[in-house]
Design a binder for this molecule. Structure first.
Ligand SMILES: [Zn+2]
Length: 68
């Protein structure tokens, strides 16, 4: 048995759970890593990120305090 050399070209990049999640503000377009300059707040028992530019609350995934 031999390993086909072209098989590695079909492998998609594993981007399901990237180690660093970039969050985007839908209101002003500000973008920063989840560990960046977002203002972390608790809302309804969940951790959310507040945009430091326009104070828009966005859905926060990948925040350190959001892991369980
Ligand atoms: Zn914003």
């Amino acid at each position: 048995m031999s390993v086909p050399a072209t098989d590695t070209e079909r492998a998609p990049p594993p981007d399901d759970t990237p180690p660093k999640t970039t969050l985007y503000c839908s209101a002003c377009g500000h973008e920063s890593p989840a560990t960046g300059d977002w203002l972390v707040r608790e809302r309804d028992g969940r951790t959310v990120a507040v945009c430091p530019v326009c104070r828009e609350t966005i859905a926060a995934r990948g925040l350190a305090s959001d892991e369980r």
